[in-house]
Design a protein around this ligand. Structure first.
Ligand code: CA
Length: 229
């Protein structure tokens, strides 16, 4: 499982230690020492998960988590809070801000990696390596293979990621901006019509098997993958 993780931690030694361990586990890590820098990084590209230290210079981790939850674009990004505090009251407060999990320092790298994996599995299935099957389509993230009723389908890398994202978030309407964030990780420099181009390519690759009908256009809203017509 390889995710883009934003690490917000002001202590350089801890930042390096965590980043090294996450990279060893296959993740890509961007690090920030305060909420302001983290906000800029989030604006540029939406991470798959945010590891957020509770005590930061300037805006606290708790307030930053609240801000992320209040913004429609960042509302669903999984957050794991890191903290030296052990009091139960603080734990409750951390979870009330919308954090998905909470890890108390000191923690072992192994525990951190396991907790990240659990949160990603629950909240960001597009970065897991689980096989997904919907409406006769089967996608295997490990072998990068897609098949319809057992017949292989060839997809370009972007179409593959797009299909994986749609299959792991079925029945929901995704705006072009949300797809840029979720599939391209970039809503700033990539144009919205790029999404339409790749949806068109994906549909034509699926068309011979008839599974292109799974990808629905929702007028004025975006796209949806649904096994229900
Ligand atoms: Ca700190």
């Amino acid at each position: 499982m390889a995710a883009n993780i934003l690490l917000v931690e002001d202590e350089p030694a801890i930042q390096t230690l965590i980043a090294t361990n996450l990279q060893r586990a296959g993740h890509t890590v961007l690090a920030a020492g305060d909420a302001e820098k983290a906000q800029r990084l989030v604006h540029e590209a939406l991470p798959d998960l945010i590891l957020l230290d509770w005590m930061l210079p300037g805006m606290s981790g708790v307030d930053f988590a609240r801000r992320l939850r209040a913004d429609e674009r960042t509302r669903e990004v999984p957050i794991i809070m890191l903290t030296a505090r052990t009091e139960e009251r603080d734990k409750v407060l951390g979870l009330e801000t919308g954090a998905d999990d909470y890890i108390t320092k000191p923690f072992s790298p192994r525990e951190l990696v396991a907790r990240i994996k659990a949160v990603l599995r629950r909240r960001a299935p597009q970065v897991t390596e689980d096989i997904v099957e919907i409406g006769g389509l089967r996608l295997d993230p490990v072998t990068h293979r897609v098949a319809a009723a057992g017949n292989p389908i060839n997809l370009g890398p972007t179409e593959f990621r797009l299909l994986h994202y749609l299959m792991t978030h079925p029945e929901r309407v995704h705006s072009r901006t949300q797809l840029l964030d979720g599939v391209w990780g970039d809503h700033v420099f990539v144009e919205e019509r790029t999404v339409d181009v790749h949806v068109r390519r994906l549909r034509s690759a699926l068309e011979p098997s008839g599974t292109d009908a799974l990808i629905q256009t929702v007028r004025g809203a975006g796209y949806r993958l649904s096994a229900n017509q």
